[in-house]
Design a protein around this ligand. Structure first.
Ligand code: ADP
Ligand code: MG
Length: 604
């Protein structure tokens, strides 16, 4: 009888499987896992390996002295990096838009009229519709009194824009309810005597007229040419609960394309170049037209150039190989957008600039697993064997998922890369490493929401959303309401929250749930679904996805609550059974390689 440990050192996670081997019987006793310490494939990994092994030992009441051998994966180091290039610059002259999300706007509905300051209202015309502007010099009592008085005098007021946070206070005191937007900081910048539209959506809803270019076109009778120009404005208002659009005669919106450099793709036969500003689709198409990618470089002096160079230099330092020998084998480009503060905005509003996100990946043949193995051996006093090819190990492990059989493809979606391996009807195996995985999804979420904290973006990726509508119930993002017997904390009242391990974690960003959800799902589609299809095409001899019957998704990202549904839907078109792995019928999508290492035998 022998006790054997399989160790898989990943970019993000080190996974361990522990088994008892009696004759040819293998009995799995425990699993363990820890964050990978240091760069994968370096001696810094030892700390993480020790923790992961110890957690498995503890679960099985064993001691390190009981272990006959440790088998680690023959992992070729893979480094991924991501960069973002903004490719448009939108210039809004004059204040044509207040895409504003005050926490408590007043009233509800859409108001259209000419802007006028409240003081001047009584000199206005009675047959015109007005949007009144209330500066902070006027108290809410006075404002409400004047609006009521004007209504009595037959002035038509259709909406209000208010400097202070008085929207609700005023709304509660006026007879004729109107949509009110408050907390507009630079109220003096709002042009007077211009046509404007104020929209406030009901609680839990988002504006739907001014976020639609044709909605704005209808309000202001725009021509088709003018409508094209206001698209960035309507786009910026999507997902807001309230907003104002003002049409000024001089006001103009211009979208300018910023040159962002080109990338060169060197194939085995020919070389192709593509400009980043042409967008993700064009980049991926060019990449796809190169049969076998030999190397990818970015234009010197541009940020894509330095990003690609940086990935190579990290790998070069780590493997002690000269930079020239390090090649980038794959990139994933996705279209995205980055919120930018509007220059000269009146309430700190944002506009979305188009951007391209690029994940790059470099892997090398040279590896230092032998050194890592020696270090582990010394430190733990147990014999360490470096095991077979990672792909074979992953296939061995994944096939322990009940209901799977060959021919199949395993897609291992980790943090930095998506690795696929396949075994076809004839038993032929293939392996690809693709750029882009969990980290890129998190980065897209972070950039598109404009949040600083990567960990918050990571949580937004992993957990579903809800809004605390009262102290006794929350509304989940799918619209379902959940009641609580005990009062919730007032601290989270009226906040958007993440449901993390049954706890409600408030998220302090001024963006509606609908918009966060939209961005979250979009990021996953752009990376996970694209890469699942890309990897299937690559491992198939014919480029035909129908070559395979089963697709098993494993790796940390397979734990994602939306992945199964998204990938299953995308692949069902091709008649493929796709789902997340359940290694050994117990481990979920984790532990495939570690399990495979043990099943592979050969511990001597
Ligand atoms: P690696 O093989 O590179 O070590 P892992 O297989 O551990 O990586 O996967 C790490 C990735 O899995 C990270 O991007 C992380 O955000 C993601 N991940 C981990 N748990 C979850 C979860 N519950 N939902 C979504 N993603 C998750
Ligand atoms: Mg992994």
């Amino acid at each position: 009888m022998k006790i054997i440990i399989g160790v898989d050192i990943g970019n993000a996670t080190t996974e361990v499987a522990l088994a008892r081997i009696t004759g040819n019987k293998t009995e799995f006793l425990a699993s363990g896992l820890n964050k990978t310490t240091g760069l994968k494939g370096t001696i810094e990994n030892i700390e993480g390996v020790k923790y992961a092994i110890n957690s498995a030992l503890k679960k099985s009441n064993l001691d390190i002295s009981d272990i006959s051998a440790i088998k680690i994966n023959e992992a070729t180091p893979v480094i991924g990096d991501v960069s973002m290039e903004t490719i448009t610059e939108t210039i809004i002259t004059e204040s044509t838009m207040i895409g504003h999300n005050p926490s408590t706007p007043g009233g509800v509905g859409l108001g259209i009229g000419e802007t006028i300051s409240l003081q001047d209202l009584f000199q206005g015309e009675k047959n015109k519709n007005y949007i009144v502007i209330v500066s902070q010099k006027i108290s809410f009592l006075e404002a409400a009194y004047k609006i009521n008085k004007a209504t009595e005098d037959n002035y038509k007021i259709t909406g209000a824009i208010i400097q202070k946070d008085d929207g609700v206070l005023i709304n509660n005191r006026i007879i004729n309810k109107i949509p009110i937007i408050d907390e507009v900081l630079f109220i003096d910048k709002i042009p007077i005597g211009m046509n404007a539209a104020v929209e406030v959506a009901p609680q839990g809803k988002t504006v739907n007229v001014i976020s639609n270019p044709y909605g704005i076109a209808t309000i202001f009778s725009l021509s088709s040419e003018e409508t094209k120009k206001i698209v960035p404005i309507s786009k910026a208002l999507i997902g807001n609960r309230s907003g104002v659009v003002i049409k000024t005669p001089q006001g103009d919106v211009k979208e300018k394309i910023i040159p962002s450099g080109k990338i060169d793709i060197q194939g085995n036969l020919r070389k192709k170049a593509i400009n980043i500003e042409e967008g993700a689709q064009a980049i991926m198409k060019t990449l796809g037209s190169v049969d076998e990618v030999y190397d990818i470089n970015g234009e010197t002096g541009t940020s894509i150039g330095s990003m690609l160079k940086n990935v190579k230099s990290v790998m070069s330092n780590f493997t002690d190989e000269p930079m020239e020998n390090i090649k980038i084998k794959d990139i994933l480009a996705v279209d995205t957008f980055i919120p930018q503060k509007v220059k000269g905005g009146v309430a700190g509003e944002f506009i979305f600039e188009n951007a391209v996100g690029i994940a790059a990946m470099v892997n090398t043949e040279k590896n230092q697993m032998a050194t890592v193995a020696k270090t582990i051996e010394k430190s733990l006093g147990v014999r360490v064997v470096v095991g077979g090819v990672e792909a074979d190990m992953a296939i061995n492990g994944a096939l322990t998922t009940p209901g799977t059989s060959e021919p199949l493809v395993i897609i291992d979606i980790g943090a930095g890369s998506t690795d696929a391996c396949s075994i076809d009807k004839k038993g032929k195996k293939d392996l690809v490493h693709l750029a882009g995985a969990g980290n890129m999804v998190t980065l897209l979420i972070q950039k598109e929401l404009g949040i600083k904290d990567f960990n918050l973006a990571e949580d937004i990726k992993k957990y579903s959303l809800a809004r605390v509508e009262s102290l006794f119930y929350i509304r989940h993002e799918d619209g379902n309401v959940q009641f609580f017997e005990r009062s919730l904390s007032p601290k989270i009242f009226a906040k958007n929250v993440l449901i993390k391990n049954n706890q409600l974690i408030p998220i302090d960003i001024d963006i509606s749930i609908e918009k966060i959800r939209h961005i979250r799902r979009g990021a996953k589609e752009k990376v996970f679904v694209t890469n699942a299809i890309r990897s299937l095409k690559k491992v198939s001899d014919t480029g035909n996805l129908r070559d395979f019957e089963f697709v098993v998704i494993v790796g940390g990202s397979a734990l994602d609550f939306e992945i199964p549904e998204m990938i299953t839907k995308a692949l069902s078109k091709y008649g493929i059974v796709a789902g997340c792995g359940n290694i050994r019928g117990t481990e979920g999508p984790r532990n495939a390689v570690a399990t495979g290492l043990i099943m592979d035998g050969r511990y001597e």
